[in-house]
Write a new protein. Structure first.
Length: 151
């Protein structure tokens, strides 16, 4: 994927097409999140996005641990593309958004952004795939999840 795809403000997401607002998850930056320069370590943005996606699924009524335990399915990250625009620092209060961009039978592509107030800090496109928890082979996303996302 090219980095221009991340910044295209005219590219509607699946949520936008459906008239759904982006899910938002808020968090504070702690010492453990920063590097020696006092800014958030670049890889930690992936953690923040993971937490936001987990809370998004939870808000939709889908607990990932229950899905793994009861259905033998889980989501794994298969592709990431991030763009860093401005640093976050200690004690910043951030908002991480989740917008489904593409909904497939075995994978979801999700656009995510990290904001401090009105300042966009980081944006990314993350693809997660549904896999069989035992074999790690691709599996269909459960119909109830697809139905919820396609409304």
């Amino acid at each position: 994927m090219t980095s221009t795809a991340l910044l295209d403000p005219n590219a509607p997401t699946a949520a936008a097409k459906a008239g759904l607002p982006a899910f938002q998850h808020e968090l504070r930056i702690y010492w453990e999140d920063t590097d020696a320069g006092g800014v958030v370590f670049y890889a930690n943005y992936l953690k923040f996005m993971e937490r936001a996606r987990t809370e998004w699924l939870r808000a939709l009524g889908f607990e990932q641990e229950v899905m793994r335990r009861e259905e033998g399915l889980m989501f794994v990250v298969s592709d990431t593309a991030l763009r860093y625009l401005s640093p976050a620092r200690l004690d910043d209060w951030l908002r991480v958004t989740v917008n489904p961009a593409e909904i497939g039978r075995v994978s979801l592509t999700i656009d995510q952004q990290v904001w401090r107030g009105e300042t966009l800090l980081t944006e990314g496109r993350i693809r997660i795939g549904c896999v069989d928890a035992a074999s790690l082979k691709p599996a269909r996303i459960p119909a109830r999840i697809l139905q919820c996302l396609q409304r």
